[in-house]
Design a protein around this ligand. Structure first.
Ligand SMILES: [Mg+2]
Length: 230
C-alpha cells in the first residue's frame, strides 16, 4: 500500500515571517501616540518572540506600548489585519520547497495540503508558484471562504477528519506542520506527526505537544518519508 504525506502550507511551504513583521510594524505605528517613544523590535527579535509563543499583548509592551489600553488595542488591530489581503504579498516560498515537493511526488508518495487558509487565500499562491501540479482536486484541504473559524487546534482536526474520510487508505501517513494544530490533528487520527522548525514555533514549543519527529524543514521531512519502510 502507498504512503501519504499531508503538508501544512504556512511554515513548511511558505515563509510568512515578513508578513507578520510588516503587520507588527504597522500596528505599533498606528497605536503609538504622537511623540510617544517606541522600541521597534528587529525582525529577528520579533520572530523569535513569535516562535516562543510570547503573546501579542507582551510583544506590544516590549515595544513600548505601555499606556493604558495600548497593548489591547495593538492585539485587536493585529488580529484584524494579519490575514488581510494587502499583507499576503509579503509571503515567500522557501527556496527548497519546489525541489522537495518534486522529489516526493516523483517517488510516488501521495501528497495533500492541509491548511487553515481559506480557498481565496490559498489558490492565488498555488497560481503564483505553480503549485497546482502537487495538489490536484481532492488533495487540498482548506477552509471555505465563509467558514466561521473556531481556532486552529479545533479546525485542523476537522480538516483531518474530512481527509481521512475522503481519501483511499494507505499503509503509512505523516503530517508535517509548524504548529501545535498540526500535531494535535495528526495524533487524533493516528497520522505520524512531524513538527517543523521552518515556521512560527521553536523546538521547545513544538516539544510540548510531543510530535513523533521534530525536523528542520520540508527537505528533512521528505527524506524521512522516503527512507521509511513500506
Ligand atoms: Mg502552519
Amino acid at each position: 500500500m502507498a504512503k501519504r504525506l499531508f503538508t501544512d502550507f504556512d511554515g513548511p511551504i511558505l515563509d510568512v515571517s515578513e508578513r507578520y513583521y510588516q503587520v507588527y510594524q504597522v500596528c505599533v505605528q498606528q497605536v503609538r501616540l504622537p511623540q510617544q517613544p517606541v522600541d521597534m523590535l528587529s525582525k529577528a527579535m520579533f520572530w523569535e518572540l513569535k516562535r516562543s509563543q510570547v503573546s501579542e499583548y507582551d510583544i506590544a509592551q516590549k515595544s513600548g506600548l505601555i499606556q493604558p489600553g495600548q497593548a489591547t488595542e495593538f492585539s485587536q488591530l493585529r488580529r484584524e489585519i494579519v490575514h488581510s489581503r494587502p499583507y499576503f504579498q509579503y509571503d515567500r516560498i522557501h527556496p527548497w520547497t519546489i525541489a522537495a515537493l518534486e522529489q516526493i511526488q516523483g517517488a510516488g508518495i501521495d501528497l495533500a495540503v492541509m491548511t487553515m487558509r481559506r480557498i481565496s487565500e490559498l489558490e492565488p499562491v498555488l497560481d503564483h508558484y505553480d503549485l497546482w501540479r502537487f495538489f490536484p482536486d481532492g488533495r487540498r484541504f482548506c477552509l471555505r471562504d465563509d467558514y466561521q473559524k473556531n481556532g486552529d487546534t479545533l479546525d485542523k482536526p476537522m480538516l483531518m477528519r474530512w481527509a481521512i474520510a475522503s481519501l483511499p487508505p494507505v499503509s503509512h501517513q505523516w503530517i508535517v506542520g509548524d504548529t501545535e494544530a498540526d500535531i494535535i490533528a495528526g495524533k487524533r487520527y493516528c497520522v505520524q506527526t512531524i513538527g517543523i522548525l521552518s515556521g512560527i514555533r521553536n523546538r521547545q514549543q513544538l516539544s510540548l505537544h510531543q510530535p513523533e519527529y521534530i525536523l528542520a524543514d520540508l527537505r528533512e521531512a521528505v527524506d524521512l518519508v522516503l527512507r521509511s519502510p513500506e
